[in-house]
Write a protein of this length. Structure first.
Length: 74
């Protein structure tokens, strides 16, 4: 069992106790966000630091100023 620390840039996102360490380049889902493993650092025999890059979430359609002006104000 390994204590795996997931990092995005220099910010720790998640700690997990896992049976196996993720491989380099493997697609991964952390906290519902998709990403890829970019680096794996073995700190000691139990602790592993995994660097990941998370895909940017698509920007949902925001209402335009014209749409907001059409709404009834109460």
């Amino acid at each position: 069992m390994y204590v795996v620390h997931f990092f995005e840039e220099k910010v720790e996102i998640l700690n997990q106790l896992l049976g196996s360490v993720p491989a380099l380049g493997e697609p991964i889902t952390v906290k519902g966000r998709k990403g890829k493993v970019t680096g794996v650092d073995q700190v000691d025999d139990k602790h592993v630091h995994v660097q990941i890059t998370v895909e940017k979430a698509p920007i949902k359609n925001k209402p335009s100023a014209a749409d907001l002006a059409k709404k009834k104000k109460r």
